[in-house]
Ligand binder design. Structure first.
Ligand SMILES: Cc1cc2nc3c(=O)[nH]c(=O)nc-3n(C[C@H](O)[C@H](O)[C@H](O)COP(=O)(O)OP(=O)(O)OC[C@H]3O[C@@H](n4cnc5c(N)ncnc54)[C@H](O)[C@@H]3O)c2cc1C
Length: 363
């Protein structure tokens, strides 16, 4: 029986553990935290359910996005049978961990990866309560997040450009439409965007992505709302997708560790699951990981190209972009999720040829 050691019990590590354990691999997961998967309110497209094969527990369902730029506003509706899901990161990770355990994977907490060496096998070094322990494995998987230590130890791709995500979970004084998320594009404050995602009528997550100073920009932005109570702040560093070497012989990276992130919206959940699925398939069938990643990489590359254009947008460009969202474009967003951009690109150009004008930004 082949042995796989997985570092990191986030959703990418848990899903890889589940997929490998159910195929008969001896899987051990090592996680440095006592309780992995810190609380964070996440929004995921319905593609999440397609990749999982079931609908996970959610806090709310979102069927509309209201987009604002300085002088414009538009609405995108999603198919109500395939809404976006608001999920709690900790609950979601726990659910995947339970699945992996029931498939036979073993989990160890407060166990930190510190390095590895190789003879015929991979010898993984871990620190547990100031003691170092060594584990032999056939395969080492780094699912240890943006600042992956496995990537550094193996001399693999490391995430160079990082993006800050800052979010506050708050109670508002007034009710909002609980099915509609709101997105603001204010390029003088961030080349990404601000969001408000409802958890219920009054409890919402308000957040921002930015290259720096996200906490300060968020605090200024919060002043625009009538807030009854700030419940919690959540913050992380997310990777920017770039092509790089994410495997060597018996060592593989997955999820944020591998930079598997949609950089238009900074979504890592669906991409991490797809990455874990591709990796497990490659390991199980002894095929190339890169080959299995073809579909995901093309999707992430399209997001990177779109991000490159968006980074150059000013207020006027965002006003134009929102005004170009005609009926045909809206119908495309109704029928596809934002995790299917590669399927939409050509159709979007046909639905609104003016989008091609933005392509000039890439030249
Ligand atoms: C506030 C916030 C909002 C977000 N919003 C969204 C969203 O709306 N939609 C979306 O798709 N994504 C969102 N994300 C991003 C998403 O949460 C990540 O992309 C995803 O969690 C990455 O999963 P992962 O399993 O690859 O890595 P992680 O979840 O980072 O898991 C890595 C695990 O490895 C462990 N680890 C690290 N180093 C070691 C070591 N040396 N030894 C042992 N264990 C180690 C860590 O403790 C951690 O548990 C958000 C994140 C935050 C924090």
């Amino acid at each position: 029986m082949k042995k796989a050691v997985i570092i990191g019990a986030g959703h990418s590590g848990c899903w890889a553990a589940y997929e490998l354990a159910k195929e008969g691999f001896d899987v051990e997961v090592f996680e440095e935290d006592k309780n992995p998967g810190m609380h964070a309110v996440l929004i995921c497209t319905y593609s999440l359910c397609d990749y999982l094969g079931f609908v996970p527990k959610s806090m709310n369902k979102i069927s509309k996005a209201v987009l604002f730029s300085k002088n414009s506003r538009t609405e995108l509706e999603f198919d109500r049978k395939r809404p976006d899901l608001m999920i709690d990161r900790m609950d979601f990770t726990k659910m995947l961990e339970k699945k992996a355990k029931s498939a036979g994977a073993r989990f160890h907490y407060s166990s930190r990866f510190i390095g590895f060496s190789k003879n015929k096998k991979v010898i993984v070094s871990l620190k547990e309560k100031n003691k170092t322990k060594k584990i032999e494995a056939d395969i080492l998987i780094g699912a240890d997040g943006t600042l992956s230590r496995v990537a550094r130890a193996a001399g693999l791709h490391s995430n160079k450009k990082l993006i800050e995500i800052s979010q506050a979970v708050v109670n508002l004084k007034e009710k909002v439409d609980r099915e509609a998320m709101q997105i603001w594009f204010y390029p003088e404050l961030t080349n990404y965007f601000f969001w408000l995602t409802p958890i219920d009528g009054r409890k919402v997550a308000i957040g921002i992505m930015a290259e720096k100073n996200s906490k300060k920009i968020l605090n200024d932005f919060l002043k625009r709302f009538k807030i009854e109570k700030i419940i919690e702040y959540q913050h992380t560093l997310a990777p920017f997708y770039e092509k790089g070497r994410i495997s060597s012989d018996d060592v593989f990276l997955v999820g944020d560790a591998a930079g598997q992130m949609k950089v238009t919206t900074i979504g890592g959940i669906v991409s991490g699951l797809r990455g874990a699925e591709a990796l497990s398939k490659a390991i199980i069938s002894n095929r190339s990981y890169n080959r299995e990643l073809c579909g995901l990489n093309s999707e992430l590359q399209i997001h990177a190209i779109a991000r490159n254009a968006l980074d150059k947008f000013n207020d006027k460009d965002y006003d134009n972009l929102l005004e170009m969202m005609n009926y045909k474009v809206k119908r495309l967003f109704y029928g596809h999720t934002r995790d299917e951009l590669s399927k939409m690109v050509l159709k979007l150009a046909l639905a609104q040829p003016k989008f091609l004008l933005f392509a000039r930004r890439l030249l």
